[in-house]
Design a protein around this ligand. Structure first.
Ligand code: GLV
Ligand code: MG
Length: 339
């Protein structure tokens, strides 16, 4: 007997409690950031929309304090002048932090002016479930006031030590929660890490092999600064049926390091990453779309165990129910990309 089909990322597949609602099954491999005060970059939105899964109007960090009003107005203009829904592209905005002087105007203006156009509000520097409860209530009031028909979802950035400590409660704080992404720059500052980068590794964070008896050179390898946070974030997201994502990679010239950072996120369970520069779009597409060989192998594994139970051998390697489930993750994602 065939196993019942499982939804992509369904927590039901693992026996976890059902999420409060099903997320729309849609590709969000790259969240492309547009500095919303910049008219030239705004004018490229229709062209960008042909290349990316999601476009985000950025109002927070990287927008100068004296351009916050212009950015907010730019986000409204983007939502009114381009039909994201018809283009099949998500429209998100990253608002200013809850304790900033721009926050309230951001939320009231976005919901009042383009509440029906906006899919997701990205909330920076979320520290605990209370931040999400507050956003949930505020959105409910504003949506009712403005007759917004479809609830706006929330995506939290994990970028403070307190947020990481509370990530499970944040993930479960509201049925509006869409996902959580890692913000390595603010998180590094919050943790008092000694880095000055946006994502990626650090040449000083490494492990040395034991000393050689003959006094020869010792092997040394850089380690992943973000592994612990990824693992914690992915578990919290999956537990609540949310999408985990990676955030920004700041060195636009180092495409290999960007690709490796994105790939680590993909392998750990993330579904997408931010793209801050057009050169990063192709990288995100490549990384967060399963490779042809990966899909072919996964399909052979599923064919070798059509009912998903028992044991089989593919290329000399043992499969059982658990490997069947792993292969299904890859095949389901490939089907989503192909749809
Ligand atoms: C993103 O906002 C970050 O702080 O890395
Ligand atoms: Mg940040």
């Amino acid at each position: 007997m065939n196993k019942p089909p499982r939804a992509f990322f369904s927590p039901l597949a693992s026996g976890a409690p059902a999420p409060m609602r099903e997320l729309p099954v849609t590709l969000e491999r790259m969240i492309h950031f547009v500095p919303a005060h910049n008219a030239k970059l705004r004018s490229r939105v229709p062209d960008m929309a042909k290349q990316v899964d999601v476009i985000l109007a950025n109002l927070e960090d990287a927008i100068p304090a004296d351009a916050k009003d212009a950015a907010r107005a730019g986000a409204v203009e983007m939502g009114k002048s381009f039909d994201f829904a018809s283009a099949g592209v998500g429209y998100w905005s990253r608002i200013n932090a809850l304790n900033s002087p721009w926050h309230l105007d951001d939320v009231t203006t976005l919901v009042g002016e383009i509440g029906d156009k906006l899919d997701v509000i990205m909330v920076p520097k979320v520290e605990g479930p209370w931040d999400i409860h507050y956003m949930d209530q505020l959105l409910a009031l504003l949506e009712a006031k403005h007759g917004v028909k479809r609830p706006i979802m929330l995506h939290a950035i994990l970028e403070t030590a307190q947020g990481v400590a509370n990530v499970e409660a944040i993930a479960g704080a509201s049925p509006r929660m869409h996902g959580i992404c890692l913000g390595p720059a603010d998180l590094a500052a919050s943790r008092k890490m000694k880095t000055t980068r946006v994502g990626g590794g650090h040449p000083g964070y490494r492990v040395l092999s034991d000393a050689n008896a003959d006094g020869g050179e010792r092997a040394s390898a850089q380690q992943d600064l973000w592994h612990y946070t990824f693992a914690k974030m992915v578990d919290a997201c999956v537990m609540h049926g949310l999408k985990p994502m990676y955030g920004p990679f700041g060195d636009f010239d180092d495409e290999a390091a960007c690709e490796q950072q994105f790939r680590n996120a993909y392998l750990m369970g993330c579904v997408g990453a931010w793209t801050l520069h057009p050169s990063q779009i192709a990288i995100a597409k490549r990384v967060f779309t399963p490779a042809v060989d990966e899909v072919k192998l996964a399909m052979r594994m599923i064919e070798a165990m059509p009912d998903g139970t028992g044991v089989a051998l593919v290329d000399g390697k043992m499969l059982d129910d658990a490997t069947w489930k792993q292969a299904k993750v890859i095949v389901d994602l490939a089907r989503l990309v192909a749809a």
